[in-house]
Write a new protein. Structure first.
Length: 537
């Protein structure tokens, strides 16, 4: 049978119409009406179809504040892009996503890349390689190890008494106010690198102001350009080829400068280890040599063939070690620095609480009084007794709740297999980007009444059920398999700084303009400063 085509029939018109219909069906009708995500409240009507809105708020760096307001209005789950959700609740939220081991998105290796993309624990997206690396590191950061490490005990005493407290003492003596945000960055870095590399190779940012300023300048250099680095890396790279640098070359130079600073220390540790030097407790490069040994254990199978590498397994792992050390420094300096600045700011408004805290601190045996006889071997309280102080603990816990430094969305992706139920919405497919944030979770008034008020008392006493609920929603360290591995170290570092200060001084605010928390994945005071006056008690 012969098919007769109408004289005015146009094949190409038919094809174009079909194509348009398919595009409308796939990119408009499906995301808007048929996708399981279409039932979820959208942050903006366009979010169902285009990722323009989410890019807009990320470009203008207003994501945390905007999502916080929208969650208050629209509930715990929001569609923030055609394939992206923000979820802030416990059941069906962080319990499912983070407790269920959803993998990280590529945001992490983009934002936190080091040594030309040499993966470390934080930037590894996939579960299996992550858990291998985590097993290698867990013990050195476990609570039992942190609270009994001779390296930490020796260095705590030395850093507090020879570097930190003299600065406060001088400020109180001369009645010169201190800017405590930068001071806290310096303290956190010195304290952490002393554990990582040993005290001899640690930073000395508390005393060496020039190197501290140099380091912090490079550390924060890329912040204004993060949108291009994390959200539009291909576009930035393409325009870079054409000579348009959305991310100034200086940002790369800054990262290289810090990488060099770090790798020189790694090399120096290697040199000392090669000499089989016996380290004094304070000079033991605890974190570095722990990971180095862990690599050596697995390397005989991996590094076969090259004699040189078999003899010096660290050579093969040089960048792995450096990348891991680099990342832990970055994790420690900013997070602990900002948290401490907020602790001092809040306490400075509560002289009554400073007095109760001091009474508690004076019960330590011996208390952290300054000046102190450093030749006395039992001249500091045991870390376990500092850790166990209830008022100190509540002050830190409440600061981490009210001012969670990792305030931005922690991004994950739904597992490829099967469908998922999140915040009561069923049928969510694999491959959907999801994120949660401590800045939203910890401001839930149903769990934390008057969430904007800093009230350490909420963590003291009270009924068990209420405390249990608060702990479930407390998310400053994240949760699940990717929870902060440095939390016990950070807690010890921060508790000792607070204890040392408030045993010896009172504080009051001189200048806290811009204390409101800024934007970003990690966020400190917008004004970048907290100036306090310390007075001898
Ligand atoms: C106040 C201090 C700190 C806070 C609030 C904090 C918070 C966090 C949070 C929320 C995460 C999860 C982030 C995400 O998955 O998106 C994290 C992960 C991590 N933190 Fe911390 N952190 C602190 C201090 C430290 C310190 C001192 C170290 C030093 C070792 C550290 C090392 C890490 C590492 C390596 C990870 C990645 C863990 C993994 O992927 O399994 N953190 N931290």
């Amino acid at each position: 049978m012969e098919i007769t085509v109408p004289p005015n029939f146009n094949l190409s018109l038919l094809a174009s119409t079909l194509l348009i219909l398919i595009v409308i069906y796939k990119y408009i009708l499906t995301p808007l009406f048929l996708s399981p995500l279409s039932r979820i409240p959208s942050a903006h009507p366009s979010c169902h179809i285009f990722p323009v809105w989410i890019n807009y708020i990320r470009f203008f760096n207003i994501e945390n504040g905007t999502l916080f307001r929208l969650h208050q209005q629209k509930g715990p789950i929001l569609r923030i892009g055609p394939n992206e959700l923000s979820i802030n609740c416990y059941e069906g939220g962080i319990k499912t996503i983070f407790g269920g081991g959803y993998e990280k998105t590529s945001y992490y290796p983009r934002r936190f890349a080091a040594y030309n993309g040499t993966k470390n624990m934080f930037t590894t997206q996939e579960t299996h390689p992550h858990s291998i690396r985590k097993r290698m590191l867990s013990n050195i950061y476990s609570k039992s190890h942190i609270l009994t490490s001779p390296t930490i005990q020796t260095n705590t005493l030395s850093i507090l008494h020879t570097r930190f407290l003299p600065l406060l003492h001088q400020s109180a003596d001369t009645q010169m106010p201190l800017e405590v945000l930068t001071l806290s960055y310096a303290y956190a870095m010195d304290f952490f690198t002393a554990y990582q590399f040993g005290r001899k190779l640690s930073s000395n940012f508390l005393q060496d102001v020039d190197t501290r300023t140099w380091y912090l300048g490079h550390f924060f250099a890329s912040r204004p350009y993060l949108y291009w680095i994390t959200e539009q890396p291909q576009l930035a790279a393409f325009l870079g080829i054409l000579g348009v640098n959305l991310v100034p070359r200086a940002c790369k130079t800054s990262i290289s400068a810090l990488e060099t600073w770090n790798i020189l220390r790694c090399e120096e540790v290697e040199r000392l280890l090669a000499q089989e030097e016996v380290f004094e407790a304070g000079d033991t490069p605890s974190v570095y040599s722990h990971l180095r040994r862990a690599f050596q254990k697995v390397d005989p199978e991996n590094v076969v063939g090259r004699e040189e590498e078999k003899q010096h397994p660290h050579d093969a792992r040089k960048l792995d070690l450096a990348s891991e050390m680099f990342d832990h420094q970055a994790a420690a300096i900013e997070t602990a620095g900002i948290t401490l600045a907020y602790v001092y700011y809040e306490l400075s408004q509560r002289p009554d609480l400073q007095a109760s805290l001091r009474a508690e601190l004076l019960s330590l045996s011996p208390p952290l009084l300054y000046p102190h006889d450093l030749t006395n071997p039992i001249s500091s309280p045991h870390p376990k007794s500092v850790d166990a102080l209830p008022i100190l603990d509540a002050i830190l816990q409440e600061t981490l709740r009210r001012w969670p430094v990792v305030a931005g969305g922690q991004r994950r992706v739904t597992p490829k297999m099967g469908t998922h139920t999140l915040a009561g919405y069923t049928g969510i497919p694999g491959g959907v980007k999801v994120q949660s944030s401590a800045g939203v979770l910890q401001m839930n008034p149903a769990v934390f009444p008057e969430p904007g008020s800093w009230r350490p008392e909420r963590w003291m006493g009270g009924d068990e059920a209420r405390l249990g609920e608060m702990k479930r929603w407390f998310w400053a360290w994240s949760s699940g398999g990717r929870m902060c591995i440095g939390r016990h170290f950070a807690t010890l570092l921060m508790k000792h700084a607070i204890a040392a200060i408030y045993t010896n001084y009172t504080s009051s605010i001189i200048d806290a303009e811009g204390i409101e928390q800024g934007e970003g994945f990690s966020a400190g005071p917008k004004g970048n400063k907290v100036v306090l006056q310390f007075v001898h008690v």
